[in-house]
Every structure is written in structure tokens, then in C-alpha cells.
Design a binder for this molecule. Structure first.
Ligand SMILES: [Zn+2]
Length: 84
């Protein structure tokens, strides 16, 4: 999986046109384990989610980010667990 593929898949997932399987998530995790830029992207998303859940105000003007946050929040918990 390339960075482009990962980001495209994330985007499609958020759009509801792609349903992530366990295998997809494993490919994501495998890519993330060796790709710092993508780790940063995902960490930012997760950080945003954590802030959101904690009720801390934060700037989130982009509709994409808002949708991503909502969609990933639950799935992330399902697929990767609530730790880290
Ligand atoms: Zn990458």
C-alpha cells in the first residue's frame, strides 16, 4: 500500500463508498508502522478525536475533518481498540 492508496481509502471510507475489512485495517497498520508522514496524519485525526471526546474546544473548520472525525471515531475503536 502506498501513501496515496491509504489516503484515498480513508477518503472513500469517510464518504461511505468503502467498507474497511479487517484485512484493510491490517494493511493500513502495516503501512503506518513504516510511514512517518501517514502516522502524523492519523495521529492528528486521533488527536482531534480525543480532544473532541474530552470536550476541549479546538479549530475544526473543514467539513472533511468533521466528517472524518465522526466516521473514524467509532470505527477506530472497533478496529484498533481504544488504547494509544
Ligand atoms: Zn504513507
Amino acid at each position: 500500500m502506498t501513501c496515496e492508496e491509504l489516503l484515498k481509502a480513508l477518503n472513500e471510507y469517510v464518504d461511505g463508498t468503502l467498507d474497511l475489512t479487517q484485512a484493510d485495517c491490517e494493511r493500513f497498520a502495516a503501512h503506518l508502522s513504516g510511514c512517518n508522514p501517514c502516522q502524523i496524519v492519523v495521529d492528528n485525526i486521533r488527536g482531534t478525536i480525543q480532544l473532541f471526546r474530552a470536550g476541549v474546544p479546538f479549530p475544526l473548520p473543514a467539513e472533511f475533518q468533521s466528517r472524518l472525525q465522526g466516521a473514524l471515531r467509532e470505527r477506530w475503536r472497533e478496529k484498533f481498540g481504544a488504547s494509544a
